[in-house]
Design a protein around this ligand. Structure first.
Ligand code: HEM
Length: 120
């Protein structure tokens, strides 16, 4: 069967591996490409290796258990869904402050990417 050319325009799906630039794009879109205050758009200039160990205000954004990254337990995933406490004793509002919440399927993409061990 011939493939319709519109298939080429589909966004990243599970058939195609999600990579770090896809995550950077989701986060950039979440703040409409703006330069933000507080911690700034920290993902924009970081390499993948810097991103996976990044702390924001003392909060490790990616949960690492014995060298294995875990999406659902990562504050980066959790804080896009609801307020969290991170690190212990520090209440943080849901992100991104001042912008609409990130769509659940995009948050899931970030979680899946982390579970896949954050391919560059
Ligand atoms: C675990 C990761 C993160 C932590 C701990 C964190 C923490 C914070 C804190 C404490 C503030 C200041 C809140 C306030 O002013 O009341 C803030 C502001 C903000 N954060 Fe986050 N954040 C995280 C991730 C993110 C992500 C991934 C995004 C974007 C998708 C984001 C977007 C923003 C924006 C837009 C603001 C407002 C900046 C401004 O005032 O101009 N944050 N964040």
């Amino acid at each position: 069967m011939l493939r319709d050319s519109t298939y080429d325009e589909q966004p990243n799906t599970s058939l195609e591996q999600i990579r770090y630039p896809d995550i950077q794009k989701i986060l950039d879109d979440a703040v409409e490409g703006q330069d933000i205050g507080a911690h700034g758009a920290f993902w924009r200039q970081l390499t993948r290796d810097q991103f996976v160990v990044k702390k924001v205000f003392g909060c490790s954004i990616i949960f690492n258990e014995n060298g294995k990254f875990n999406g659902p337990r990562s504050p980066l995933v959790q804080i896009l869904k609801a307020p969290i406490e991170c690190p212990v004793g520090r209440e943080r509002p849901q992100m991104p402050v001042g912008f609409p919440p990130v769509a659940p399927e995009k948050v899931q993409t970030i979680s899946d990417w982390i579970d896949a061990q954050c391919p560059a």
